[in-house]
Write a protein that binds this ligand. Structure first.
Ligand code: HEC
Length: 159
């Protein structure tokens, strides 16, 4: 009986792992079309951005790192100096759902983020969910200005 329970538990775990993978894949597939209508114009279809103007997504520590920081960054925007993959930028990202109202829909925003987190050489196996995005929106609901380097580092200290 013990053995049976264990086998059952293990196979359930395996199923969950497969579901998680499918989730991010399916979401990223939907997200590609969203990316083409939104981020692509600046960050480029290659995910490489444009040196001096638009930072890259491919290999970006912001795209690949802490998912809460990524969601917070895109929903509030970012202004001023930022370093991505050793390249410096000093521009502005307007909150993405101000630029593209369709991204007020958490599911659409989750899809596009799952796409950029798995496209090009980026790798992620855990999907960003619409529920997670709502949690981050709630947590930072009082912030009315874009992030800057100092505020972002304070809210998300290096681990
Ligand atoms: C109009 C141009 C533009 C569009 C469209 C745009 N961005 Fe950006 N984005 C920028 C700029 C410029 C910066 C750097 C801001 C700075 O220098 O302060 C940036 C920075 C970022 C960063 C942090 C740096 C990096 O490259 O990892 C992320 C993450 C990001 N954008 C996500 C997105 C997402 C997701 C979308 C689409 C939903 C998007 N952006 C659409 C211009 C844009």
């Amino acid at each position: 009986m013990k053995k049976l329970t264990l086998t059952l538990a293990l196979s359930l775990c395996a199923n969950f792992a497969i579901f998680a993978e499918d989730d991010i894949k399916a979401s990223a597939e939907r997200g590609k079309a969203v990316f083409m209508q939104t981020c692509m114009a600046c960050h480029q279809p290659t995910g490489l951005g444009i040196p001096g103007a638009f930072p890259p997504f491919d290999g970006s520590e912001y795209v690949q790192g802490d998912t809460k920081r990524l969601v917070a960054l895109v929903i509030k925007g970012y202004m001023g100096p930022i370093e991505v993959k050793g390249q410096k930028f000093n521009n502005i990202l307007i909150a993405v759902d101000t630029q593209f109202p369709m991204l007020k829909e958490n599911a659409k925003l989750a899809d596009v983020l799952n796409y950029v987190r798995t496209a090009w050489s980026n790798k992620a196996d855990k999907a960003i969910t619409p529920e997670f995005i709502q949690k981050v929106r709630d947590e930072f609901k009082d912030r009315t200005t874009p992030w800057n380097a100092e505020d972002l580092a304070k809210a998300f200290p290096a681990k």
